[in-house]
Write a protein that binds this ligand. Sequence first.
Ligand SMILES: *[C@@H]1O[C@H](CO)[C@@H](O)[C@H](O)[C@H]1NC(C)=O
Ligand SMILES: *[C@@H]1O[C@H](CO)[C@@H](O)[C@H](O)[C@H]1NC(C)=O
Ligand SMILES: *[C@@H]1O[C@H](CO)[C@@H](O)[C@H](O)[C@H]1NC(C)=O
Ligand SMILES: *[C@@H]1O[C@H](CO)[C@@H](O)[C@H](O)[C@H]1NC(C)=O
Ligand SMILES: *[C@@H]1O[C@H](CO)[C@@H](O)[C@H](O)[C@H]1NC(C)=O
Ligand SMILES: *[C@@H]1O[C@H](CO)[C@@H](O)[C@H](O)[C@H]1NC(C)=O
Ligand SMILES: *[C@@H]1O[C@H](CO)[C@@H](O)[C@H](O)[C@H]1NC(C)=O
Length: 812
Amino acid sequence: MDAVSTLVFLLSLIHLIFQTHALNALSSGSSLSAGSSSDVLRSPDSTFACGFYNISPNASTFSIWFSNTAERTVVWSANPLRPVYSWGSKVRLGSDGSLVLSDYGGQIVWTSNVSSSDAEQAQLLDTGNLIVKGKGDIILWQSFTSPTDTLLPTQRINATINLVSTNRLLIPGHYSLRFDDQFLISLFDDQKDLLSFIYWPDPSATIWQKLRIPFMSNTSGVLDSLGQFHGSDNTSFMASDWGMRTIRRLTLDYDGNLRLYSLKEDGGTWSVTWMAFPQLCNVHGLCGRNGVCVYTPVPSCMCTPGFEAIDPSDWGKGCRPKINITCEEQEVKFVHLPNTNFMGLDLSVHRSVSLGSCKKICLSDCNCNGFAYWQGIGDCYPKSILLGGVSQQRGTGSIYLKLPKDLEVPESSIPRSQFFGTKYWPGCSESDKYIIANFSNTHESSQNISKYLYLYGFLSAIFLAELVFIILGWFILRKERNQLSGAWPAEAGYEMITNHFRRYTYRELVTATRKFKDELGRGASGIVYKGILKNNRAVAVKKLGDVNQGGEEFQQELSVIGRIYHMNLVRVWGFCSDGPHRILVSEYVENGSLDKMLFGDECSEILLRWHQRFNIALGVARGLAYLHHECLEWVIHCDVKPENILLDENLVPKIADFGLAKLLSRGGSNINVSRIQGTRGYLAPEWVSSLPITAKVDVYSFGVVLLELLKGARISDMEKDEDEEVEMVLGRIVRKLKENLQLDGTEQYWISDFIDARLEGDFNYLQAVTMMKLAVSCLEEDRSRRPTMESATEMLVSVDEVTSTNRVAGAV
Ligand SMILES: *[C@@H]1O[C@H](CO)[C@@H](O)[C@H](O)[C@H]1NC(C)=O
Ligand SMILES: *[C@@H]1O[C@H](CO)[C@@H](O)[C@H](O)[C@H]1NC(C)=O
Ligand SMILES: *[C@@H]1O[C@H](CO)[C@@H](O)[C@H](O)[C@H]1NC(C)=O
Ligand SMILES: *[C@@H]1O[C@H](CO)[C@@H](O)[C@H](O)[C@H]1NC(C)=O
Ligand SMILES: *[C@@H]1O[C@H](CO)[C@@H](O)[C@H](O)[C@H]1NC(C)=O
Ligand SMILES: *[C@@H]1O[C@H](CO)[C@@H](O)[C@H](O)[C@H]1NC(C)=O
Ligand SMILES: *[C@@H]1O[C@H](CO)[C@@H](O)[C@H](O)[C@H]1NC(C)=O
C-alpha cells in the first residue's frame, strides 16, 4: 500500500472508532467539550449529530448538523451571534435540566432556561430535535421550538417561532419567515432603519390570488414527512420528489429565497425540490440600497450609475454615492435606467403626468433621489430611498436617477438584464467598470475559512476532513420534466433556470440534425428538421427563413417564447443565432400535424374518433387561451391551422409556431404585424380591411379548425363549386349552420349529415352542437362579437364535464 491509501485507511479507522464512541445521550451533570471531536451526540439512526461546529479555526457554535452530507449542513445553532473559543468551551446539562454553554474562561454564553428538579438526560432524536427529558419522558426543552434558518420535517413554526436567514458563518441576515399581522406565513425583508417589507407571497396579489386564508389565529406551519408544507393560512407547497422516503430540510437561505432541499442518495449533496422564487432577482432588497439585480444571465448585483459597492462580499449592504449631492448648490441631471424598477418607498404618487412634470416634482424636492415613471400611463413615483432594484427584461416602467450634472455615466454602467448574453460576465473587458456579485458562489471569506477548516480538520483527522465547498443552489434541480409536470405556476421560470432553455451553436445543430438531413416539413416560416441532441432528446429544428430582427432583438423575443410553458403548446427548448442563422429548437412531437391525420386519404391507418377530436378542440382552445390571456406578454399566433397543431403520442394537441408572427417578415422590411401573416382559408376578414390585428384573428382561425374537425375535411374542399373562393364557401357554410341551429328539437337529422361520415354516426350530440355553435360565433365577421379564447374554452369544458359525469349523453 502506498502512503496515501495507508493514510485513508487510518483515517477511516479513526473515524469508525470515534463514531462508535459518539454518545447517544448526555446525562444530567455531564458535558460535551469543544475541541474533542468524540464529544458528539448522535441520533439513533445516525442522521443527525450535535456538538461543537467550527465556523473558523478558533470559533465554534453549539449546533446540530446532518452527519451524512458531503459538506456539513447545520440545521440549528444555540449561539450564532456569540461563537465560543474552539478549545476549552463546553456545554453542560445541569441537574436542573438546563443546557449551559460556557466559553473558554467559564463565561456563560447561552442557556436553555429550564429549571426542573427531575431532569434525566439530553438526547438527539431521529427527527433532528435535541430534547431534554425529565422523569416520565416529559420534554423539558427542545431545539425544535427555537429554529435558526432551517425547518425539519415535523418541526412546527407558529406566531412565536420564526426562521432567520444566516450566512456561512451563521451570522443572521435580514430575511425572515414568520407570520404577519394577518396571520399569513410570509417572507420579510427587515432592513435596518426602515420598515419591514413582505415579499412573499406576492404583495401585489389579492388575498384570493394568494390562495391564503387570513386571521386563522391557530397559527402553525409544518413540513410533513412526505414533503408537503401545510400552513394554518392554507399555505401549501410540495417537494417535486413528494412521497419518497428521503431526508429533507426547508431553509431560508442567505439570499432570501426559501428553498426545500432533498438529500440525494449518492454523495450526500442536496437538490432543490421547491423554492419560493425561481427568479432570484424578485427577492426584495437582494442588492441593497442603490443596487440593482440583473440577470447576467446568472442573477447578479450592480450599483446604479454614480454609486459604488459598500462591501463587495456582502451585497445586501448596498451601494454608496461616489459624489454626494447637496441640494442647493449642485446642478443635477436625470439618468434614464430603462426596464428597471425599485419597489415601494415612494415619496408621493402622481398619476397621468408628463415626464417633464415628474422631473419637476423630483427637482423641487431635496429628498428625491430619482423617480419611477411609467410611460404611457403617466404614473410618477418620486423616491428618496432606492431599494429592491430589479432590471427586468421588459416592462413599461423606468427609473430616472438624479445625479450631479458633471458626473460621467458610461453606457456600460446602466444595469441591463441579459438573459442569454455574456456581456456582463466577470472577466470580460467591461467588468472593471462595475462589480458583480455571484450568488451562486460562496462568499470569499467563508472560502478562506473552509480552507482553514480543511487543514485543521486534516490535522485532527476526524470528521472535518469530509468538508467540501458549498454549492449555494439556485440552479440545482435537474429532474426530468415529467417529474415536475403538473399545475405548478412556478414551473415555467423554474425550468428556464435549470437550463432547459438555452442557446445552441450552429455547429451543435449541424451535428444534431446530421447536416439537416431528416426533413420533417416546410412552411412559410421555414423548414423543419428532426434532430437528436447530445442528451438523446429528440427535437424539431426549424431554420427560420426570413427573420427581420438583429441578433439581440431575436434573443429578446425568443426569451419570451422560451418562458411560455403549457401542455398544449409546443415547448421551445432553445434557439441559435449564429451569424446569419436563426434557428428554433423545439420539442419533437411524435404524431405529426393534425392535417395529416384529419385529412389523410383512405390509406391513412388512423381515423380520429369523436372523443379524440373533441379533446383536440379543447386542447387547442386551452393553448390559445393561455397564449392570449395568461402569458407574460400577449402573444397572438396569427397562423392557427391544422398544419400548426401537432399531436403527441396520446393525441394531445400542441400548438406550434406561436410567437413567430413578430419575428418573421414575409418578404418585406416592415416589422408591422398588421401585414397579412396567416394562411388563406383561415384568415379573419380584418386582415384585408385596415383594422388593427387583435387576438380575435386567432379566434376566427380556431372557428375554421373547429368546422374542419367536425367535417373531417378542409373547408376549401367542402361543397366545392368550380372557381368558388374559399371565403365564399365558408360564408355559405356558416350561414347554413346558423339557420339550422335556430331550428328546434324536432328536425335534427342535419346534424349527423354535417358530421364526418367516416365516424358513422358515432359522436356525442351535445358536444357536436356546442362545437357548431362555438364555430359559428368564432366566425362572426364583426370581431367584437366573437368570443375570447377563454370563454371558448369554458364553453367546451362545460360539455366535457357534463359528459364525464353523465355518460348517458352518448351517441345519437
Ligand atoms: C487561533 O488562536 C491561536 C492561539 O490563540 C492563534 O495563534 C492563531 O493565530 C488563531 N488563529 C486564527 C486564524 O485566528
Ligand atoms: C434565558 O433567560 C435569559 C434571562 O431571562 C434571557 O436573556 C435569555 O435570552 C434566555 N435564553 C433563551 C434561550 O431563551
Ligand atoms: C408556539 O409553539 C410553542 C412550542 O410548541 C408554544 O410554547 C407557544 O405557545 C406557541 N405559540 C403560539 C402563539 O401558539
Ligand atoms: C387553499 O389552497 C388550495 C391549493 O393551494 C386552493 O385550491 C384553495 O382554493 C385555497 N383556499 C382558499 C380559501 O384560498
Ligand atoms: C385552526 O382552526 C380552524 C378552525 O378554527 C380549523 O379548521 C383548523 O383545522 C385549525 N388548524 C390547525 C392547524 O389546527
Ligand atoms: C457623503 O456623505 C456621507 C454622509 O454624510 C459621508 O459619510 C461620505 O463620506 C460622503 N461621501 C463623499 C464621497 O463625500
Ligand atoms: C464571481 O465568480 C467568478 C468565477 O467563479 C470569480 O472569478 C469572481 O471573482 C467572483 N466575483 C466575486 C465578486 O466574488
